[in-house]
Design a protein around this ligand. Structure first.
Ligand code: NAD
Length: 532
């Protein structure tokens, strides 16, 4: 939460900031915000301790307008920059992120409260995304010959033009992945970007942009504004040529309706209530270990993490025993090293939601198999990884996204029931299937209403398959990141068709009737010889 004061009575328990987060670094990053010189300032708090962390200028709608005006000018020369030069910048950025990873990890942990292991996955993600689009963009964007209306006589080419200036709005849960992951392909496609990260994790986003400048990107091509969505959303939307939004379904709907009003494209990555199915032939120990990795990364504040677990009745007790035993062994706490398994929640409002969901479930008869409590002894925003059972539809946790370290375990009789219950949600982001039989697992996966399904892995198999699309069905979103769609959505397709020798009107020597007969014959021949 961004406030002007430390907001927790438990403030200052836990480690102080790591030495890499110096006043100089904080000042340099704050100076990167697109805001007027005497802007109002906002203070963020470090989740581990509740102590003040960043002091950032707050942008106004006029600052957003100014950022777009600069971006529009810069975009023209950026789009004219040869793709090889763009590629070199991206590959340099890749190297810089890896070389300075400890600085990135410190910032992510300080702002978000996640463990170092969870933060490291974001560094890996950005390495993968920047390498992939640096190396594939030329192939995706090059002009493509298409079959012409009349073979030989029509020379048809599909071109891809950048959309212009893209607005990227990102949340706080994966500060580096969400800030840079969707910006990198937009830049490679020749767009400029004006971005609004969540204020709570703006330092990591600014750091990432700063590294891209160091790698050679002209500064006006990627700019960042900071402030509440309620005050900047209008200007970000009114000026955008395309919209990339990641966040809650509620905000996504608003963005989609604004995009409809303006008739601009919008790619929306939204919430989920992801299911994992443990089939009766699963390796129970591996499935239990997999469940830990599926449910509790970044303290459950991961859009693709699992909150509903369906276990075949015949293996339910063995699975639950193994899952609970592993969960109880997890080390929870604040440390700027790799020693912890579960970190802190990020904001007081997240802790409130998690506590409310668990308390509501328990009050209505749910059983707590592991965890169940906040841990103020560890820091102001810690909550134990929590496993619930006997969860019923009247409980909030049954259908609503908790976005915290809470999972409900249900059992089922047969696979049809498991699939039906996994699909009984308006969301459709990610799912997991656990089985010893890969073919069976893939067949069950194909029946699940979710944009990605992982077989025998928590989420990284699908997320890390960068060549394939990633995104949500139903209330979990519109559009996809990664793969071809992840870059082509930032372009406008244009078809240029050059008609040679003979056009579509009959030549003067042929009557319209004769022309119709000839064209009809031509169509029959084309079908007969197998032309598409
Ligand atoms: P949120 O919608 O409240 O905020 C996300 C971003 O949108 C923030 O930067 C916020 O400032 C901005 N915003 C809020 N209102 C706005 C408005 N009216 N106009 C413009 N911008 C506005 O989401 P949150 O609660 O902070 O994030 C958590 C949610 O994000 C969860 O539901 C989670 O599942 C989802 N999420 C989805 C993905 C995905 O890839 N599908 C990834 C991460 C998080």
């Amino acid at each position: 939460m961004a406030t002007t004061h430390a907001s927790h009575p438990e403030a200052a328990r836990g480690p102080g900031l790591p030495p890499s987060i110096t006043p100089d670094l904080l000042e340099r990053l704050a100076a990167r915000v697109s805001a007027a010189p005497h802007a109002v300032r906002v203070t963020t708090n470090a989740p581990y301790t509740g102590e003040p962390l960043a002091d950032l200028p707050v942008s106004t709608p006029a600052d957003v307008e100014a950022a777009f005006a600069r971006a529009r000018i810069a975009q023209r020369s950026w789009a004219a920059t040869p793709i090889d030069a763009r590629k070199r910048i991206l590959l340099r950025y890749h190297d810089l992120v890896l070389a300075r990873r400890d600085e990135a990890l410190d910032l992510m942990q300080a702002e978000n409260g996640k463990t170092r292991r969870d933060a490291f996955l974001e560094v890996v993600d950005i390495g993968v995304v920047s390498r992939y689009y640096a190396r594939t963009a030329a192939r995706y964007l090059r002009p493509r010959r298409r079959r012409g209306a009349v073979p030989v006589l029509t020379h048809t080419t599909e071109l891809r033009h950048p959309r212009g200036v893209v607005t990227v709005i990102s949340p706080w849960n994966y500060p580096l992945s969400m800030a840079a992951g969707d910006t990198v392909p937009a830049l490679m496609a020749g767009n400029a970007v004006v971005q609004k990260p969540d204020t709570q994790t703006a330092l990591t986003a600014l750091w990432s942009m700063d590294l891209m400048y160091e790698a050679g990107l002209p500064t006006d091509v990627w700019q960042m504004v900071i402030g509440p969505g309620s005050s900047l959303g209008g200007a970000l939307m009114d000026n955008a040529d395309s919209m990339m939004f990641t966040g809650s379904t509620a905000t996504g709907r608003r963005i989609a309706s604004d995009a409809g009003r303006r008739l601009i494209s919008a790619s929306l990555e939204l919430g989920g209530k992801n299911a994992m199915i443990v089939l009766d032939d699963a390796d129970i120990e591996k499935a239990a270990e997999g469940a830990v990795h599926a449910c509790f990364p970044s303290a459950g504040q991961l859009c693709v993490s699992v909150e509903r677990l369906y276990v075949a009745e015949s293996v339910r007790d063995r699975f639950v025993a193994a899952f609970v035993a592993r969960t109880e062994k997890l080390r929870i706490g604040a440390a700027y090293d790799y020693s912890m398994d579960v970190g802190s929640l990020t904001t007081p409002s997240q802790l409130r939601t998690v506590t409310e969901h668990v308390d509501d479930a328990v009050a209505k008869g749910a059983t707590v198999l592991a965890g169940g409590k906040a841990r103020p002894d560890l820091g102001p925003l810690f909550h134990e990884p929590t496993i619930l059972t006997d969860v019923t539809p009247d409980m909030t946790v049954h259908d609503h996204e908790t976005f915290g370290p809470v999972v409900s375990v249900y059992s089922y009789r047969d696979t049809d029931e498991a699939v039906a219950r996994a699909n009984a949600t308006p969301y459709g982001l990610n799912a997991v299937v656990w089985t010893r039989n890969g073919e069976r697992g893939r067949a069950v996966a194909a029946r699940i209403h979710a944009g990605t399904v992982n077989v025998n892995e928590a989420f990284a198999a699908a997320w890390g398959s960068i060549d394939a699309p990633m995104g949500g069905m139903g209330d979990s979103g519109l559009g996809r990141r990664h793969g071809a769609e992840g870059i082509l959505k930032y372009t406008e397709a244009q078809t240029v068709a050059h008609q040679r020798v003979q056009g579509f009107h009959p030549p003067p020597a042929i009557t319209p009737e004769r022309w119709a007969t000839l064209l009809t014959r031509a169509l029959k021949v084309m079908k007969a010889v197998g032309i598409r």
